[in-house]
Design a binder for this molecule. Structure first.
Ligand SMILES: Nc1ncnc2c1ncn2[C@@H]1O[C@H](COP(=O)(O)OP(=O)(O)O)[C@@H](O)[C@H]1O
Ligand SMILES: [Mg+2]
Length: 455
């Protein structure tokens, strides 16, 4: 019998402790640490990514080592997010809220490969054969090369995977898979982590790409994808507001391509439809001539994307006024408010402030600062910014507007959608002077406000 030992594992972030603690020091949550019994692996267990085969050092300059082959998913938006297609032998995690469309997109990707003659194994541990077949029918993804398996025991799955020659394997979901050799119920952190490492070994050894679907909940309290992020090659998150049709596929880790790349989809009855022109979609319902709205040419991965930043500033009757922010980092908004207070003399101390990015987009880049600042000032002054204006640039604590990257792409995207003026950092303005849009270079946030609010 395998030896076992007891450890205490945080069910939220996976941190391990020698004894029970009330609060996880890694993620700061209370009462998330539970006792788990781990099997101590014997000497024969090798965990290298070469899958147990002997390997010798190779010079990094060796050109005979082929780049891993990639196959297209048949869906352009997915290929771009993956960095150009699915890499042979890679392990990818697809995370997202329940009901967001993870099974749907994976069935569509499976069909993309199966319809071009690759055998795809879809392991469905969540839904029965007939449920999955019905869904495949609805999505128009039926194919003889798409094989469904409703097994969830790891040893059995390993056998199936090694026996069949598959171009792609999808595990829906990693939380439903369990190993009879391990303690804990399916979905517990030990089970999820050990089963995922086993799939990693299988993928590397066989060269078959494997996709693991994992649920995350808003509270993140269930053992799930977050504990697997370091293990897998690629982490994709599927996001969106449940009630709206818009869905965004985002790479948050990619050993084979750029992160920050996004794919935009619309959920319809016949499945996820690609949105080839997301800028048009995001600006679709934008009100014209209203205060507090500024269009930002942002960059998502390698692609420019026009998004609307909205702000609402109103009198507060609360002791400590509200700061409600969605789609951007709240700390960034606090910083911008402080700069506006100090450098532009605008007082937000007795005002409620709301900031939102329309369409459910999340902005991570500092280039959004100037658009956020102008939206705040515009709402504060209850006056719209100049018509057909866009703005971008990072704001520093001294009130300076600092340069950002990919200036030409930003200005060109704005020009394509009929915007005529762009306020941008002065030290990168020369990059965009010949595009045909009027550029207003600024060095300080005060200057940007004067230009944007000029009537
Ligand atoms: N008959 C249908 N018509 C249109 N949309 C549907 C239908 N059935 C399911 N959906 C959509 O698919 C979503 C479920 O997607 P699914 O891929 O099962 O999500 P997940 O695997 O992430 O839990 C539902 O939230 C709904 O939006
Ligand atoms: Mg599902």
């Amino acid at each position: 019998m395998a030896k076992t030992k007891s450890t205490f594992v945080c069910q939220r972030c996976g941190a391990t402790y020698m004894r029970w603690v009330g609060r996880c020091t890694d993620c700061g949550q209370w009462n998330t640490v539970a006792e788990e019994t781990l099997a101590i692996p014997g000497k024969h267990v090798r965990s290298s990514i070469s899958g147990g085969q002997k390997s010798a050092p190779i010079p990094v300059t060796d050109e005979d080592q082929p780049a891993p082959p990639r196959v297209s998913t048949g869906i352009d938006e997915c290929d771009r997010v993956l960095g150009g297609g699915i890499v042979a032998g890679s392990l990818t995690l697809v995370g997202g809220d329940p009901g967001i469309g993870k099974s749907t997109i994976m069935l569509q990707i499976s069909h993309g490969l199966a319809s071009r003659g690759q055998r795809v194994l879809y392991i469905s541990g969540e839904e029965s054969f007939s449920q999955t077949r019905l869904r495949a029918q609805r999505l128009g993804t039926l194919s003889d090369d798409l094989l469904l398996l409703t097994e969830t025991e790891l040893t059995e799955l390993k056998k199936q995977l090694t026996e069949g020659d598959y171009g792609l394997v999808v595990v829906d979901s990693i939380q439903s898979v369990y190993s009879a050799d391990l303690p804990g119920v399916p979905g517990s952190i030990t089970q999820v982590r050990d089963c995922a490492s086993e799939f990693l070994r299988l993928a590397k050894r066989s060269g078959t790409p494997i996709f693991l679907i994992g649920h995350v909940t808003k509270e993140g309290s269930i053992a799930g994808p977050r504990t697997l992020e370091h293990l897998v090659d690629t982490v994709l998150y599927f996001e969106g507001e449940g009630k709206q049709a818009l869905r965004i596929l985002r790479a948050v880790k990619n050993r084979f391509g750029s992160t920050n790349e996004i794919g935009v989809f619309e959920m319809t009855e016949t499945g996820l439809q690609e949105v080839p022109n997301p800028s048009a979609l995001f600006l679709n319902e934008r009100p014209e001539g209203v205060s507090g709205s500024v269009v930002l040419p942002s960059i998502e991965g390698t692609r420019p994307l026009l998004v609307e930043v909205q702000a609402l500033v109103c009198d507060s009757n609360l002791g400590s006024p509200r700061r409600t922010v969605t789609g951007v980092n709240p700390n960034r908004v606090s910083l911008i408010l402080a700069v506006l207070e100090k450098r532009a003399g605008l007082h937000f101390a007795d005002r409620d402030v709301f900031v939102n990015v329309a369409g459910g987009v999340r902005l991570d880049e500092p280039a959004a600062d100037l658009a956020i600042a102008l939206a705040l000032v515009s709402s504060f002054m209850e006056a719209p910014v100049a018509p057909r204006l866009t703005a971008f640039g990072e704001i520093g604590l001294a009130g300076e507007v600092r340069g950002v990257d990919m200036v030409r792409q930003r200005v060109a995207e704005a020009a394509k959608f009929g915007f005529t003026t762009c306020i941008l950092p002065k030290n990168c303005a020369q990059d965009a002077e010949d595009i045909g849009e009027t550029v207003w270079p600024v060095g300080r946030v005060g200057q940007a406000i004067e230009m944007a609010m000029e009537r």
